[in-house]
Design a protein around this ligand. Structure first.
Ligand SMILES: NC(=O)c1ccc[n+]([C@@H]2O[C@H](COP(=O)([O-])OP(=O)(O)OC[C@H]3O[C@@H](n4cnc5c(N)ncnc54)[C@H](O)[C@@H]3O)[C@@H](O)[C@H]2O)c1
Length: 358
């Protein structure tokens, strides 16, 4: 029998975690949610035998690993509690509210000698893995510069709920849509950041015309104190650079999710263009390399299998196959820490109006 997994939080990503863990050779045997109805409905839908409303109880059950699918504020405390109880942890993105919390999670994993991974599912997309194989083969050379984008025009995930409340979410799209920053850093070899400068904008953050087609219900008494868009620039001690552009609500043409880079031997792009904001089935994925060959400018278009779920199932499968010794982990706590340091620095730069040195 494979790794026994318990899920904390009956969040939307459960529909990918359950088949992913099964694909990796594990099985989900328990689910906990503060909301008993939510726990029971998910248990029924996914044939999960045990349900709990208390985290402590699921951690005392017969599980070896935990998947955490709750609002961001609870990632660090629940992950640390699970690690201290001797469980391996697969935590939804973002890793936590800030880098300080990720440091505590990393320390807890090291002390307990347990695996801590995060759901940076965009690394598991076929396009990303195909691109990484070219990078690892040396086709691209050194990536000098990259541009990460996850831009939406009408993508606010509800008003006044936890997503738009900084103390619960850590911030707006910069922290919520951090995937393309992570993917850029993955392609670049996760270099050491040196300086970060950036600005955030909160236009439209209470405008119903910019609400996304998903997310959580609006709460009239709630808070909307996060940014609607963030723009920034990062330099690295290696001389590499990264620009960051992300928004839930901004006057963009369409939803674009992309990493574009310029290497010393080739440039490239991994991109998803959404036909309609947030609707995966209308999206067009591409993976391209730009090279000079025999005096010609050549665009190599890499064909990969279709993957509507943006690597979510494969990412969950990788967690289990890593635990079972059959795969290398797709991400590490050190990478999560560096990613959160960059995000913290961009917010700090936006607050102070000055560049931040790391
Ligand atoms: N990887 C991705 O593509 C992706 C996509 C969407 C959401 N997410 C992440 O998933 C997480 C959950 O988002 P969501 O939209 O499903 O949230 P949600 O608000 O729907 O919450 C999920 C569940 O968690 C439960 N919950 C809240 N606090 C809890 C606690 N302390 N203990 C136990 N249960 C608790 C709630 O009752 C709810 O049923 C977030 O961190 C989000 O960033 C990831």
């Amino acid at each position: 029998m494979g790794t026994k997994v318990g899920v904390i939080g009956a969040g939307g990503m459960l529909q990918y975690h359950v088949p992913g863990f099964q694909q990796g050779g594990g099985e989900v045997i328990a689910i906990a949610d503060l909301n008993e109805t939510a726990a029971q409905a998910s248990a029924e839908e996914w044939a999960i035998p045990q349900t709990f409303t208390e985290t402590a109880e699921i951690l005392n059950s017969d599980i070896e690993a935990v998947s955490i699918i709750v609002p961001n504020k609870f990632h660090a405390p629940l992950a640390i509690q699970a690690l201290e109880a001797g469980k391996h942890v697969f935590c939804e993105k973002p890793p936590a509210l800030n880098a300080g919390e990720v440091e505590e999670m990393k320390a807890a994993a090291e002390k307990a000698d347990r695996t801590l991974m995060f759901n940076f599912n965009n690394r598991a997309r076929p396009e990303s893995q195909a691109m990484m194989s070219y990078i690892e083969d040396g086709v691209v050379g050194t990536i000098n510069s990259a541009q990460s984008q996850w831009i939406r025009r009408t993508g606010i995930p509800g008003f006044g709920g936890w997503f738009t409340t900084k103390s619960f979410s850590g911030g707006g799209p910069l922290i919520d849509l951090l995937h393309m920053v992570d993917l850029s850093l993955y392609f670049m070899g996760y270099p050491e950041p040196a300086h970060v400068v950036g600005q955030t904008f909160n236009d439209f953050i209470t405008d119903p015309g910019h609400k996304g087609p998903w997310g959580i219900p609006d709460s009239a008494e709630g808070t909307n104190d996060v940014e609607a868009a963030a723009h920034g620039f990062v330099t690295f001690t290696t001389g590499q650079t990264l620009s960051i552009r992300t928004s839930w609500a901004e006057m963009n043409e369409r939803e674009v999710v992309s990493v574009v880079f310029q290497g010393t031997k080739a440039g490239g792009k991994v991109e998803r263009l959404f036909g309609i904001d947030g609707l995966d089935e209308t999206a067009i994925d591409s993976c391209e390399l730009y090279v000079q060959e025999n005096g010609n400018s050549v665009k190599r278009s890499i064909t990969t299998e279709a993957c509507e779920d943006m690597g979510r199932t494969t990412s969950a499968a990788n967690f289990i196959s890593t635990l079972e010794g059959n795969s290398e982990p797709l991400n590490t706590p050190d990478e999560a820490l560096k990613l959160m340091q960059i995000i913290d620095a961009l917010y700090a730069s936006a607050d102070s109006g000055a560049p931040v040195s790391l």
